[in-house]
Design a protein around this ligand. Structure first.
Ligand code: 5GP
Ligand code: MN
Length: 323
């Protein structure tokens, strides 16, 4: 762990050792790092004798690939303690990312924020925030080691799932030696990498192939802006009988175009147009997303905007033109 974070880790560990109950959460619409870290940490806490619950803000639904994780500690957000004594949140860059559980976090006796978004200002009472960590799971693992709480096979699986997904299977620029050390420790603790491979990357319903095809066919290349973008429409999903929650990861089918530094996927949702952004090397899409009210990392970010995709992409193009 980075030396300047050591006092915060010690404070968090002291408090967690003393408390009997821990309420654990992560950002809304959890991805692998958010829920994998939360469940991995919660499971180790339970094994250490703590009374633990895990939840995340509405909507209370998950991509199918999470089915490999133990859900026994997970409860609906409505049943989450209104004023938890100690609440630990993973992978949320700001309070608003907790959605309906932001209120519970504000009312918590002590809020511990564990995250790796560089934009995180530290909205907890204790903040374990390290933008150089490839995944929140790395920080979760470091805290568990400090606590000396037992990491069983299932906890290791959750944490490794988090690490695998946030590093893009150990290929993104955030993949440090530290990521491999933690991964090695997790495999040593009993996590099976092939389980993650199959559950996360080879677990689409057949209809997803048609959805991915539609999105790829619709892709546009704007070479002068080094941009490739496409759109996922509600009809793509209904025509193929695919649940929207299964559509995560479609941006990876767009970003493979080598002509573009930036890839954008726009998804029609009830809340407006959700933009997923990725960049290879040059343009900081985290800053781009922040200027649209979202956030994320330099190489992977997102936001949700009002208005149809056609308007949102014009605004994004305008931003890129002005760089
Ligand atoms: P994705 O494109 O996979 O939904 O999101 C990529 C990354 O961007 C996430 O890991 C998260 O850090 C960030 N992100 C996505 N959507 C939002 C958003 O609406 N607000 C903020 N603050 N960050 C987001
Ligand atoms: Mn993350």
């Amino acid at each position: 762990m980075s030396p300047d974070l050591a006092p915060a880790f010690e404070r968090a560990a002291d408090l967690l050792r003393r408390t009997d109950t821990i309420a654990v959460s992560c950002h809304i619409k959890p991805d692998g790092d958010a829920l994998g870290s939360a469940i991995g940490f919660a499971r180790a806490a339970a094994a250490a004798g703590k009374e633990v619950v895990v939840s995340f803000g509405e909507p209370y639904e998950l991509p199918r690939y999470f089915s490999m994780l133990p859900m026994d500690l997970v409860i609906p957000p409505g049943e989450f303690p209104a004023r938890p004594e100690v609440m630990v949140v993973f992978d949320a860059g700001d309070l608003a990312r907790l959605g309906s559980l932001a209120e519970n976090a504000s009312a918590a006796g002590t809020l511990i924020v564990i995250d790796h978004h560089v934009t995180n200002q530290g909205f907890g009472d204790i903040n374990l925030i390290d933008g150089s960590a490839a995944a929140s799971a790395i920080l979760a693992h470091e805290l568990l080691e400090l606590l000396d709480w037992p990491i069983d096979e299932q906890a290791a699986l959750g944490l490794l799932l988090a690490l695998v997904t946030d590093t893009g299977r150990f290929q993104y620029s955030n993949t440090s030696a530290r990521a491999f050390y933690v991964a090695a420790a997790l495999v040593d603790a009993g996590a099976h990498p092939e389980q993650i491979g199959q559950m996360v990357y080879e677990n689409a319903p057949f209809g997803f192939l048609a959805v991915a095809g539609a999105v790829q066919q619709r892709a546009q290349l704007e070479e002068e802006l080094s941009l490739v973008w496409s759109e996922l429409r509600v009809d793509d999903l209904t025509d193929a009988g695919v649940d929207p929650v299964e559509s995560e990861g479609l941006i990876d089918y767009i970003r493979i175009a080598r002509e573009a530094d930036v890839a954008v996927l726009l998804t029609e949702t009830a809340e407006g147009t959700k933009a997923s952004l990725r960049s290879r090397a040059t343009i900081d899409v985290g800053t781009l997303a922040a200027s649209f009210g979202g956030g994320g990392h330099a190489r992977a970010a997102g936001f949700t905007a009002e208005g149809p995709a056609a308007e949102v992409i014009e605004d994004v193009k305008e931003y890129l033109r002005e760089l």
